[in-house]
Design a protein around this ligand. Structure first.
Ligand code: ADP
Ligand code: MG
Ligand code: MG
Length: 942
């Protein structure tokens, strides 16, 4: 056995070749080769100009990390053999003093993690080979530029020499800046060979000072050092933070690609660039990108110089431009998706160094997906699966009110204009460091805008804490722009006129000084930056939905047909509706919310919280009287005052909802919530109500509970005071009858009893509901068909669902409380420890945001299954927050629920998520049990 295992291990291919028009791997091998390695292989197979190289697999990474940093002899042998192959292909030898082969050592995980892993360029240089490179290229400046870059990157990535506490920059950047100052130049490119040679000497001294070791000169040692560092970087803090944010498994590991160098820093006919086959911000079909002449690697992304727009390449290097055009079209067709490309031009010749599906904004995702269907590049179903439902948020988000912008401009508050790198409108208080962003966001409710000269991967957490990002340097493909788009943040990048002073925590822009903490507004759609607050207005999509769907009369006159992004959005939503099987309802308590939700496509109400209606000015008084009532008679008197007010609320809702179903929950929260807690307020209230303060105070004391979440609430209120339920039901049915008479269309109420744990509770409340409903209908001589069901929010209810189903027409899962009661965690107190639970991987996500499918989901499954055994046509839905969360919606589809219900603004997201679930899993109600078992045996958490 052991021998066979050893043989198998020997036989395993750890190193995959690419180059010269062939490759061992292909784009299908992302798990093994990482995205970068797989696509380098694919491009090589396609015959594109990719420098030769090889990829060491993610399996080697996982082994290396598990074996505490040892490579097997087999891996070493395979790497050596592959390196020889690269030497042959290029016709240069690694470590050769006369004409050295140099390589880059690049990381690449299964999914791209922008800037998380580090790449080392020009590896193989030392005091001997640099001379060979200089002689062979006839360009001394280039050779020393390559060398200083190499020492800088290697020292940072491999040797870990960076900024220490109190330093704003790493020592190499500081040495470089100091040198430029001494010499009196602005740009790196103006430094001479001699300057750069001196700089390398300085860099090496820094390394020796900081590490106590000389900088490694042996190219083999450099190579293995870099490979190890890339593998180790899988577990650096930045990578871990990013993985947690994106829910990427730590077990995947990264691959390493070793690639023969091509040089973009060989002078005026060389350069490096980044491009997208379509606009990543808007989705517009136009080739989009940026490049720098005489530059290498990360220069474009790092925002060291502000790059040139790609279109100008046609003039500067026409041959490379034409080749790039041919390749970008080919790649988009081949991958059938918008591609993000990295290329280098060496003395006029184009080389492709990377391609991948491009990150894009929500706008671009919708635009590109629908465009590509029209272009017959992808199918409708593929288009639906390509759009991240959360991204739709961006299309619904407000934009600045143009009138306000005019005023701001007139008052001279327009500070500057940068690149519109991340769409949307953001107003917030400005800070100049990621730490300050995190701190402020934690301490103040006001939004934060993070301004940086340029951002780097270390800034991720601070960016996440902000609503908008402003940078002074860098282009549309800079780190800030990339990450902001991915996180859905508003971003203005490369606003070159602003000057940020980190030390004094202020910036100068448009002749004004803006201090930390001042209000600033960023327009991510135009790139404009304003001083102060600017108010917002609804987006184009919102404008259209509200004008077209709820005010049909205005449609013809005021509103032109949908165009651009609005049209794309409507198309995508139409497709989603064709595909999805889950119904989508909304949680709404007021007529205007109903109107919003219908415009968004809601098909009914899944939850009306009647208590929200109790807080209106007049109403709260009557409610308080009802609570303070000494006896049933007094209580009924107070209820009689509430009744017409509540009836009016219901009428409003029924008028809006027409014949769509409306689920109305009877009173749920504990009564003390309606009384003031503070003594001062109690005194005022007592005076206003003409009751002795003592009595009122005593009542509050009496009602206060040690654990209100589990106290006298839900159906327990209606059981102690049936007259409350009765009053609500009367209001509801009177409203329904009135609306039916007025409109000729009968509303469809669904009465929902909360917090039921035993069938007897439901029976008692059902009796009250049925009696009162019948009485109203008889009195008003109109029959209103209705459903009577319960909210399932206690584990016991799930376990006795067969009994409860005998009395209920429907179950609606109240997964907020069901999650609280299943975990025994109070949501309102969980904020303190959920972060620690995430960090310790007890939770891989917040269970109040994403349904715990294994535990809470299991209870839901029992309830559905047993309920339907007793009553096959039992209606099933969900009305907790999870009803608007895509992963939870996916689960609800598999569970076979009738509908999900969510807040109005999440309705479009839910429609798309429901369509995706149908496409992924086929018909509703697939076997969740089986999945649960297979998840359990795969050893996942929970
Ligand atoms: P990232 O994952 O951060 O994009 P990459 O491995 O793609 O890192 O490397 C960053 C940049 O370095 C590339 O976009 C490319 O410009 C440059 N680069 C990498 N390998 C080479 C190479 N062999 N020759 C020239 N430039 C390279
Ligand atoms: Mg990088
Ligand atoms: Mg790259």
């Amino acid at each position: 056995m052991a021998a066979r295992a050893a043989r198998a291990a020997r036989a395993r291919r750890d190193v995959y070749w690419f180059g010269d028009g062939v490759a061992d791997g292909s784009k299908e091998d992302k798990e093994l080769l990482g995205g970068k390695g797989a696509n380098l292989a694919e491009m090589s197979r396609m015959g594109l100009p990719v420098p030769p190289g090889f990829t060491i697999t993610t399996e080697v990474c996982t082994d290396f990390l598990a074996e505490k940093g040892v490579f097997s002899a087999s891996v070493r042998k395979q790497v050596a053999a592959a390196l020889v192959k690269v030497e042959r292909s290029i016709g240069k030898k690694f470590a050769d003093a006369d004409d050295p082969l140099l390589v880059s050592v690049r990381s690449g995980a299964r999914v791209s993690m922008p800037g998380m892993m580090d790449t080392v360029l020009n590896l193989g240089l030392n005091h001997k080979t640099v001379e060979g490179l200089a002689a062979k290229s006839g360009n001394r400046r280039f050779a020393w530029d390559a060398y200083r870059r190499f020492v800088q990157m290697y020292s940072d990535v491999v040797l870990g020499v960076g900024a220490v506490d109190g330093e704003l920059h790493d020592p190499f950047t500081m040495a470089l800046e100091a040198l430029k100052n001494r010499v009196g130049v602005e740009e790196d490119t103006e430094l001479s060979a001699a300057d750069l040679e001196r700089l390398v000497g300085e860099f090496k001294r820094i390394v020796f000072d900081r590490t106590g070791e000389p900088f490694p000169d042996d190219p083999q040692e450099q190579l293995w050092g870099a490979i190890e560092a890339v593998f180790r970087s899988w577990n650096n803090d930045r990578a871990i933070a990013y993985r947690q944010m994106e829910g990427i498994s730590s077990s995947w590991g990264t691959a390493v690609s070793v690639v023969a160098m091509v040089y973009g820093n060989l002078g005026k006919t060389s350069g490096t660039g980044v491009a997208f086959t379509r606009d990543p911000a808007t989705g517009e079909k136009r080739f989009y990108g940026e490049y720098l002449i005489d530059a290498q690697g990360e220069d474009v992304v790092a925002g060291i110089r502000t790059p040139l727009p790609i279109a100008s390449l046609e003039k500067t290097l026409p041959k490379a431009w034409r080749e790039l055009q041919r390749i970008q079209k080919l790649l988009e067709k081949h991958y059938r998706d918008m591609q993000d490309l990295e290329f280098t031009i060496q003395e006029g010749r184009l080389y492709m160094l990377q391609c991948r599906s491009g990150k894009r904004t929500g706008f671009a995702a919708v635009q590109i997906a629908t465009d590509m269907v029209r272009e017959k590049l992808i199918t409708r179903d593929e288009a639906l699966l390509r759009v991240d439902p959360e991204g739709l948020n961006q299309l619904l988000r407000p934009v600045f009110d143009p009138k306000e912008l005019d005023v701001a401009r007139a008052k001279g508050r327009l500070l500057t204009k940068g690149l519109n790198a991340g769409p949307g409108a953001a107003t917030g208080r400005i800070v100049f460091s990621p730490e300050a962003a995190e701190r402020r966001a934690a301490e103040h409710p006001e939004p934060v805008i993070l301004a940086r000269i340029e951002t780097s991967p270390e800034d991720i957490k601070g960016m996440q804490a902000s609503v908008g990002i402003l940078t002074a340097r860098g282009g549309m493909t800079s780190h800030a722009a990339l990450v902001a788009r991915q996180m859905g943040l508003v971003c203005v990048a490369g606003a070159g006129e602003i000057e940020i002073d980190y030390a004094r925590r202020c910036m100068t822009a448009g002749g004004r000084v803006i201090e930390e903490g001042e209000w600033v507004s960023l327009d991510g759609n135009t790139g404009e930056v304003y001083q102060g607050l600017v108010n917002t207005q609804p987006s184009a999509v919102i404008e259209h939905l509200f004008a077209a769907e709820t005010k049909p009369a205005r449609k013809a006159t005021k509103h032109a047909p949908a165009t651009g992004i609005v049209k794309a959005f409507l198309t995508l939503m139409k497709w989603a509706d064709e595909v999805r099987e889950l119904g989508v309802r909304t949680n709404a308590d007021q007529p205007d919310q109903c109107e919003t939700a219908i415009a968004f496509g809601a098909e009914g109400i899944g939850l009306t919280r009647t208590e929200h209606m109790f807080f209106g000015d007049e109403k709260i008084e009557a409610v308080r009287e009802m609570i303070l009532a000494e006896d049933q008679e007094a209580r009924e008197e107070a209820l009689a005052r509430i009744l017409p007010l509540q009836r009016e609320d219901f009428e409003g809702i029924f008028m809006e909802m027409g014949q769509r179903p409306v689920t109305i929950r009877t009173l749920d929260p504990p009564l003390h919530e309606f009384l003031p807690m503070e003594e001062e307020a109690q005194r005022e209230l007592a005076k206003a109500m003409g009751v002795p303060f003592k009595r009122l105070h005593a009542k509050v004391e009496y009602l206060s509970e040690l654990n209100p979440m589990l106290g006298h609430r839900g159906c327990r209120l209606g059981i102690a005071h049936p007259e409350i339920t009765r009053c609500q039901v009367r209001a509801l049915f009177e409203a329904a009858c009135r609306v039916a008479k007025r409109t000729g269309r009968k509303p469809r109420p669904e009465v929902m009893i909360p917090l039921v744990g035993t069938v007897r509770e439901l029976e008692l409340q059902a009796m009250v509901v049925r009696e009162e409903a019948a009485a109203v209908c008889k009195r008003l001589e109109i029959d209103i068909p209705y459903l009577l069901g319960t909210m399932i929010e206690l584990p016991r209810a799930c376990l006795v669902a067969d009994k409860i189903a005998a009395v209920a027409d429907f179950f609606s899962f109240g997964t907020n409380d069901l999650t609280q009661t299943t975990y025994g965690i109070s949501r309102d107190d969980a904020g303190k420890f959920i972060p620690a639970y995430m960090e310790n991987e007890i939770f891989d996500h917040d269970p109040f945001a994403q349904l715990d499918q294994v535990g809470v989901g299991r209870l839901m499954h029992i309830a559905c299954h047993e309920g339907r055994q007793v009553k096959p046509d039992l209606k099933l839905g969900i009305c907790g927050e999870h009803g608007g969360d895509p992963s939870s919606i996916d689960f609800c589809h598999r569970l076979g629920l009738e509908y999900v219900s969510c807040s109005p603004y999440r309705v479009p997201i839910a429609r798309l998520a429901a369509a995706q679930a149908a496409l992924r899993h086929g018909p509703k109600g697939g076997d969740v049990e089986d999945r649960r078992r297979s998840t359990a045996t795969r050893g996942l958490r929970h």
